[in-house]
Design a protein around this ligand. Structure first.
Ligand code: NDP
Ligand code: A1CAB
Length: 267
């Protein structure tokens, strides 16, 4: 069955989605991207166009908007005709509420918001999805089909919770990479060469992630496997899990991400 999809913006997340759809056999896919990367150009079977003016007048089953929030604000009005032809509009933009999108596309437009993450580029993403009560089961199922092509999906019940999910899983890969950097720097401070510290930190985080993926037990159990009571790991955990350790630091970081989304929403 052919399911024409239009995607606006094929940067990091747009390209991840496109590759997921091609792999899942979803299409045909029309891509609006002014500066297509070599990776994108290598994807077989795409209808690549440079601007919205060149989009064919056909009806699309879905229009996925993967633009930066400020560009989306500038371009959204041009997508109204596509929404009016019945495309399910799916935005992955942070800090861009449904109310703003419906101002551009009309109250009757079917609009879904989603928050994927960059591990989706290797099919290991997780995407939070939100839709209002007006979106029916067929459109919900279709949104899920599109997004599950790059990993797990999770529906959230309110738009506010989409911001919370964004702060955890949308931004989260960057926290993990920042952890690798911080561990490597600490290794250098402890006397390792930069190269050795980077190798140890990176392999520890990828190995830890793989173990977490392979072992269904909760993280606390995996921690216990490492930390001998009274041993060296416990000494480090006493610092990381102290009252002023990772717990409150994460609460503050997540609050900052949500506050930024709220600021963007007002812009
Ligand atoms: N990166 C992430 O981890 C995540 C991002 N998001 C959201 O996804 C959205 C996209 O982010 P990301 O993929 O990182 O951003 P990118 O900048 O990588 O992708 C956006 C793409 O849109 C292109 N573009 C610019 N103007 C137009 C236009 N008028 N028509 C069509 N395409 C255009 C850009 O081209 P050019 O570069 O030449 O301007 C770029 O290739 C954002 O709203 C972000 O909030 C959501 C979850 C995770
Ligand atoms: O940093 C951002 O604004 C986007 C949203 C989630 C991940 N990247």
């Amino acid at each position: 069955m052919t399911t024409p999809i239009l995607i606006i913006g094929a940067g990091k997340m747009g390209t991840a989605l496109i590759r997921g759809w091609v792999k899942a056999g979803i299409g045909p896919i029309t891509v609006v991207e002014p500066n297509p990367s070599e990776t994108l150009k290598a994807v077989p079977g795409l209808n690549l166009v440079a601007g919205l003016d060149a989009v064919p007048g056909d009806a699309f089953r879905a229009c996925v908007v993967a633009l930066k929030p400020h560009i989306l604000r500038a371009e959204a009005g041009k997508l109204k005709a596509i929404a009016e032809k019945g495309a399910l509009m799916l935005s992955i933009a942070a800090g861009t509420p449904l109310s703003l999108l419906k101002n551009h596309w009309g109250e009757k437009a079917g609009v879904v918001r989603a928050m994927p993450n960059t591990p989706g580029s290797i099919g290991q993403g997780v995407t939070a999805i939100y839709a209002g009560a007006e979106i029916g089961s067929e459109d919900r199922a279709f949104a899920e089909t599109l997004l599950s092509s790059i990993g797990l999906t999770l529906w959230v019940e309110t738009e506010t919770l989409l911001d919370a999910a964004m702060a955890i899983s949308g931004c989260g890969p960057a926290y993990v990479f920042a952890l690798v950097e911080a561990m490597a720097k600490a290794g250098v401070a402890a006397g390792l060469t930069e190269e050795a510290a980077a190798k140890l930190a990176r392999a520890t985080v990828t190995g830890g992630g793989a173990l977490l993926n392979a072992d269904p037990r909760p993280p606390a159990d995996l921690i216990r496997d490492v930390a001998t009571p009274g041993g060296t790991t416990q000494a480090a955990l006493n610092v990381l899990q102290a009252e002023d350790g990772l717990g409150p630091l994460f609460v503050a970081a997540i609050k900052a991400a949500i506050a930024r989304a709220e600021e963007l929403a007002k812009s």
